[in-house]
Design a protein around this ligand. Structure first.
Ligand SMILES: Cc1ncc(C[n+]2csc(CCOP(=O)(O)OP(=O)(O)O)c2C)c(N)n1
Ligand SMILES: [Mg+2]
Length: 572
């Protein structure tokens, strides 16, 4: 069949079930844009390529389906670097396509020409230009398969703009795919079961790999069958149903003290789909909980991730988590394994969890820990959210002091439910992420939680939300500061604030002008009813809660920020 390269690309995307795309209209991708409706691929236009990238990433995380991002050559591509990096570190398979300089001018620095492939290379799994029309089918399909094969991730393709119009032979019937299967052999399963059964105090440390492999239910089954409590790594609180009695919370920044204590006491760490990155083990609440005495079993799709943590590794298995746990549970059902009941360990874990829950109820009471009697504390806001937020809701977070306590307070019953920009940790994620999530799952409530600084960064994405009628809820905690960073200046720089305090315009008015319903909590007394109203409302709704400008949760980077000693600029 004779087709042009644009048709070949769009038909290939369709053949691999890509049916949602995000971007900003541009001449270098005009041929693709024109073909999208004809191919049944929905298109959502954003107001900045970064937001289009975050929308696609979140759409993909929630739906499990690869999506497409389209951008202009030059700045359209550079605007996507943060979104691609975020998707890379979150293992989210999005396909980014931009035009490139016309072949005749390539390399001469013509209008909107940059070395896209090199720019995108470190922030994607695969980055390539299509050098000539005859390679188009191979490169586009290779890119899609690479993105979708675990460990999943974003890919980038540059199409020199003249190529779109070239006519090529196209084999539309050929839809190659690869099967990634890593089912462990029976001897690995039995060795694993033996190690778990011989342990007195085992714990599962579950990371994002559990979510990507769709293993949440199996994790619950494994943990209740083998009587192993579960903690998650930082920002993966949605690895399993938090109402399960064996769930203890996340470790890491603003995590659960119970999870940290149990982690530090355990004798066997079953690490599933996690990098075991040092950030997740940073001391918090003033105590250290990293555990170098326990044996470690690590299961991951990527051997590099396992070998990063070479110390204390008792057993490393390269496998998809679902296949691994599926194999273990199948073995148990078929062969009937006697399980070590570990009653004392489970009792101890539950006791710690209850203690932590009680402590959470008493934290951040105005006048005691934080707040000045006028504002609600951040803790009070979260306690209220806990009461009224639907258990099925999707929550998207930004970075910052106020979003960080979501890891402490919020509970999730299904997976995936929590989208964050971590571990890249880039501000500017939660609103576009909420839009992508709502598009993927229109029936679920979607709530973005962010600070005032991040809100002013992402304001234009509110326009996209209204334009596409995505009906999201946005909760802004307004301390008139880049609070999380202000806290470092408060603690380590004797409250010498440089660039931390910000003057905001009337944020509610802007949100209203854009088309959101907006309300402002000015004092503690209004908080409860306003939060309930916002969550129950059927309209797109921004709620701004004024919080204490000088109170922050403990900072995260106590490992690397310190009071400086100086030779020249000494302060008296
Ligand atoms: C793109 C980007 N720029 C800067 C930072 C550094 N940073 C982290 S949190 C933060 C402050 C966030 O302020 P706000 O959104 O108001 O939330 P708050 O901490 O005040 O609750 C900043 C500037 C970052 N993580 N990402
Ligand atoms: Mg702030």
């Amino acid at each position: 069949m004779k087709v042009n390269v644009g048709e070949l690309i769009v038909d290939s995307l369709r053949k691999y079930s890509v049916d949602h795309s995000f971007g900003i209209v541009a001449s270098s991708i005009a041929e693709i844009l024109d073909l999208l409706p004809l191919a049944g691929i929905k298109y959502y236009g954003a107001r900045h390529e970064q937001w289009a990238g975050h929308m696609a990433d979140s759409y993909t995380r929630i739906s499990g389906k690869t999506s497409l991002v389209l951008a202009q050559s030059g700045a359209g591509v550079t605007n996507l670097v943060t979104a691609a990096a975020t998707a890379l570190r979150a293992f989210s398979p999005i396909i980014i396509i931009s035009g490139g300089a016309q072949s005749e001018e390539k390399g001469k620095g013509t209008y909107q020409e940059l070395d896209h492939v090199r720019i995108m290379s470190p922030v994607t799994k695969f980055s390539s230009s299509i050098p000539n029309p005859s390679r188009a089918q191979e490169i586009i399909r290779k890119a899609i398969v690479i993105a979708r094969t675990p460990p999943k991730g974003p890919v980038y393709i540059e199409v020199p703009r003249d190529l779109f119009y070239e006519i090529v032979d196209y084999d539309a019937e050929r839809v190659e795919d690869v099967q990634a299967t890593f089912s462990p052999k029976e001897e690995i399963t039995t060795k694993f079961i033996e190690l778990v059964n011989n342990s007195i105090k085992p714990i599962v440390l579950a990371g994002g790999g559990v979510i990507w492999s769709g293993a949440s239910k199996l994790l619950e089954e494994f943990s209740s069958t083998f009587k192993v409590p579960v903690v998650s790594t930082y920002s993966h609180n949605d690895v399993m149903d938090n109402s399960n009695y064996l769930w203890l919370g996340s470790i890491g920044r603003a995590g659960s003290k119970a999870a940290m204590k149990v982690y530090s006491m355990s004798d066997l760490i079953i690490a599933l789909g996690t990098r075991m990155d040092s950030f997740t083990f940073l001391p918090y609440y003033g105590f250290k909980y990293d555990n170098s005495n326990a044996k470690v079993i690590q299961v991951d799709i990527d051997p590099q991730i396992i070998m990063n943590k070479s110390k204390g590794l008792e057993m490393g298995v390269v496998s998809d988590i679902k296949e691994f746990l599926g194999g273990v549970m199948k073995y148990v059902k078929e062969k009937g394994v006697k399980i070590n009941e570990r009653e004392q360990w489970i009792r101890d874990c539950i006791k710690l969890r209850e203690e932590w829950r009680r402590e959470l109820e008493s934290q951040g009471i105005t006048g005691k820990i934080g707040g000045n009697g006028l504002y609600p504390t951040i803790e009070e806001v979260y306690r209220e959210l806990r009461k009224h937020l639907s258990k099925e809701a999707i929550v998207t977070l930004d970075v910052g002091a106020s979003p960080s306590l979501a890891y402490t307070y919020l509970e999730f019953t299904s997976s995936p439910s929590l989208l964050t920009p971590n571990p890249v940790g880039g501000l500017g994620f939660s609103i576009p992420a909420a839009i992508g999530a709502k598009i993927a799952s229109p029936k679920r409530d979607v709530l973005a939680i962010l600070g005032d600084g991040a809100f002013t960064m992402e304001l234009p994405s509110l326009i996209t939300s209204i334009e596409y009628n995505t009906n999201i809820k946005v909760l802004v905690m307004d301390n008139s500061a880049w609070g999380s960073e202000k806290n470092y200046q408060k603690i380590y720089y004797d409250s010498r604030y440089v660039g931390s305090d910000i003057k905001n315009p009337d944020l509610a008015k802007i949100a209203e002008d854009i088309g959101f319903k907006a309300s402002v909590v000015e004092s503690k007394g209004q908080m409860s009813s306003y939060i309930e109203e916002m969550l129950k409302s059927r309209e797109s709704h921004v709620l701004i809660v004024k919080v204490d400008p000088n109170w922050f949760p403990p900072p995260a980077r106590i490992d690397v920020v310190k009071k400086p000693k100086r030779g020249l600029f000494n302060l008296t």
